[in-house]
Design a protein around this ligand. Sequence first.
Ligand code: NCD
Length: 302
Amino acid sequence: MKHLLSAADLDLDAATLVLDTATEMAAMASREVKKLPTLRGRTVVNLFYEDSTRTRISFETAAKRLSADVINFSAKGSSVEKGESLKDTALTLQAMGIDGVVIRHPASGAPNTLSQWVDGSILNAGDGTHEHPTQALLDAYTMRSRLGQLKGLRVAIVGDVLHSRVARSNVLLLRTLGAEVTLVGPPTLVPVGVEDWPATVSYDLDSVLPGTDAVMMLRVQRERMGQAYFPSAREYSRRYGLDNRRVKLLPEHAIIMHPGPMIRGMEIAPEVADSPRSTIVEQVANGVSVRMACLYLLLGGK
Ligand code: NCD
């Protein structure tokens, strides 16, 4: 495989290979010297047209642990602000002989388009409301390490499904891995055509929680909302927020996930986010191992 554009690019064997490779990478992270020489002499560009904390630092750390040279490009402060198009930026990267491009872009499909213009491997780090495959991989990795096998696992993805690339990539990957997904949210934040997704839909969080092994809370993406999708933040929290009362409805073994950044008090109560059942910080740590695995598998060959 050359690029990672969508979670659908991975069949069961490929997804399992990424997760197993990530396990090996994680073992290395506990050593004193955390660096592998694998990508020495290769150059990876982080091309970020949208804000990011975790994903960007995570990709940078991952590439550096594999000894790649890393160039961080953010649209702010670059010629993008002078009106340069994605195509011209791509041609510039191409001229410089870049081996891999990690791209985050507000337009769905931008990574696919970029892959037609440059020779290097493209890794989608989030494109609009479309996909975020490495997030789905790190989420699957977290579920596997906490709960064992993914086949038959019951996962609830809750909140702003409509604007969430995390939800889309998770649904695709979890289906491949044999888990059962239930999407939960207000009807206005569940996409049209969801019937065709390999998932069940519910509008009632309380009734879903008792049959859930992993509950994944989504951020309400106000920056992508041009109109009001729900009456008020308080009303949203009352119906779809994960608070202590709702946590008690979950089975004892269930884990609580969030891709970050979270809005404490809106989709998740602070005490729930910080509880021992929350894997939020673990997900971030796992992200580095998973992205190392992706970079290694895509760029590591000759
Ligand atoms: C997510 C994203 O950017 O899609 N965050 C992340 O990468 N960890 C989710 C979000 O912004 O809500």
